[in-house]
Design a protein around this ligand. Structure first.
Ligand code: C5P
Ligand code: MG
Length: 286
């Protein structure tokens, strides 16, 4: 059915159930399908040749517009909070306030840097960000078949959009909900617009009242792509979901987190920097 599911990176707890979901999505047809995806470390790569690739926040943190002192502070925050973010032994309740703390402190530091709106394109161009192999096929196919792609990101929206623009795939079927920067009349960053989106509030608390999913209420089949345990809830609260296939990229601390990921996601992709499996499933469905 989908040869890519034989890849060594693929783990599935309930193969029959997964095949059933994929078959029903195909039966319902592409007119019923929508894709909901995380951005950082899901559509973008986690690593390349043994080196970590940046998140949308890291792209700003490491850029030439940030002072050396603030760079160090932002790195310290990352080294303190990231292990908490991915710790399989802490509950989401315990993590949530700490994530708010991380994002708030980072956004405060970034806001002190007088970042110019006009610098963003260059900042992205000079970064080491990479989209996962196969991103062209994914975006092109979804666009060709008019399948809405909703990118739900706790990263920095302006950076995410610029990455997609520079990759020439910011098509009309793509929508991004994320943390956006606000600039004054001179184009200087003044603050981040709310509501704050962090790893563990990606759910209907953010999406409530948005017209987007009301308009898509006939799109009852969902493919969800994520890399964090917080991404699993991205489709919660969406009306009339009939089939949902959750695909999770397990990038870091693979052994420690495998069990939790297998329980949360229908398909787990371990240290797989490609979109092969997603594209294979779409090729079968579309
Ligand atoms: O879930 P999503 O991929 O949208 O979240 C953004 C990622 O950005 C988080 O997984 C987190 O590790 C990372 N991050 C960061 N710097 C921050 C805040 C979050 O790199 N200041
Ligand atoms: Mg992510």
């Amino acid at each position: 059915m989908v040869p890519e599911l034989e890849k060594a990176t693929v783990r599935i707890q309930q193969p029959e159930r997964v095949m059933g979901i994929i078959r029903s999505i195909k039966e319902q047809g592409m007119n019923k399908l929508q894709v909901i995806s995380d951005f950082d470390m899901t559509l973008s790569r986690f690593g390349c040749n043994g080196r970590r690739c940046p998140t949308s926040h890291n792209i700003l943190d490491n850029s030439h517009v940030i002072s050396e002192d603030s760079k160090k502070k932002l790195k310290d925050l990352l080294h303190y909070y990231y292990p908490i973010e991915i710790d399989p032994n802490r509950s989401l309740e315990e993590k949530r306030p700490l994530m708010v703390e991380w994002w708030t402190r980072a956004h405060e530091l970034l806001t002190q840097q007088k970042i110019q709106k006009g610098d963003i394109a260059q900042i992205v161009r000079e970064s080491d960000v990479m989209l996962r192999d196969g991103f062209n096929e994914l975006f092109d196919q979804l666009h060709k078949y008019n399948v809405p792609l909703f990118i739900f990101s706790a990263g920095v929206g302006d950076i995410v959009e610029e990455i997609i623009c520079q990759a020439n795939v910011f098509y009309s079927n793509v929508n991004v909900v994320s943390n956006y920067m606000d600039f004054d009349d001179n184009g200087v960053l003044t603050h981040f617009k709310g509501p704050l989106i962090h790893t563990y509030n990606k759910n209907n608390s953010i999406l409530q009242g948005t017209e987007y999913f009301q308009q898509l209420s006939t799109r009852t089949s969902i493919i969800l792509l994520g890399d964090s345990m917080g991404d699993v809830t991205m489709a919660d609260g969406i009306p009339s979901v009939e089939n949902i296939l959750k695909i999770g990229f397990l990038n870091d601390k693979v052994e420690e987190r495998r069990g939790k990921y297998l329980d949360a996601y229908d398909i787990v992709l371990e240290s797989d920097e490609t979109l092969d499996v997603v594209n294979g499933i779409l090729r079968y469905i579309l």
